[in-house]
Design a protein around this ligand. Sequence first.
Ligand SMILES: [Zn+2]
Ligand SMILES: [Zn+2]
Length: 253
Amino acid sequence: MTLRNSRPVLAWRTLAATWRWTPGSACQICASWQRDAVCDECQRRFLRPCHRCRCCAAALAGLNEVCGRCILRPPAFDQTLAAVDYAYPWDGLVTRFKFGGACELARPLADLMSEALWTAAEQIGFEPPDVLLPVPLSAARQRERGYNQAWELARRIGPALEVPSHARWVERVLDTPHQTGLPRAERLHNLRGAFAVTPAGRAGLAGRRVAILDDVMTTGATLDALAATVRRAGATAVQSWVFARTVSDDAAP
Ligand SMILES: [Zn+2]
Ligand SMILES: [Zn+2]
């Protein structure tokens, strides 16, 4: 796949140029006082390029483009772009962002994701989506947390990349208990019927290329279930965009 035109790349270059987002703050990782949310030294140490499965972004040791699991059972999404491994120090940032009420981390995490997407567009090429959808939380989970971490990322990334983002085109109608430790097949079973397309989504998704966005991909079961839902509503292509990809299936909280 290639970029259809230069508009998104130009937008992403503009975003990259504004990456140094604050006149002074403590690095979110090492706490040194400098300009960036994550300092240059920490980016050099911890933002390592990694060969990943084109489909699910699992780290691959060999030169294969797609991992064995995606060959055996292709997920409903076509491609996944991940900014980092779910490992030190990013796992700590995600935990603070997701469970510690540190909503202010949305901006630096969104900037890191946007940078990774921009790099991927230049290096491997992919068609930019028409629409960006955050993975929805159930109403109860969102009330409990106070915000949807995926929407906090999407609403910053979407405008910067000139991709409209919609928080209310899909909804989570079935809450599932924490799936940590469950095998992928069981997770998929639990997620059956978890997502529904709203009337606005039904009107908007037909014939569109969609990116679905979450903070972390573990087994990919959640994104798989959501991708299948938006495909049934007529989406012609689905990408997954995640901040972090786990190294093993059980690593995420
Ligand atoms: Zn640092
Ligand atoms: Zn894969």
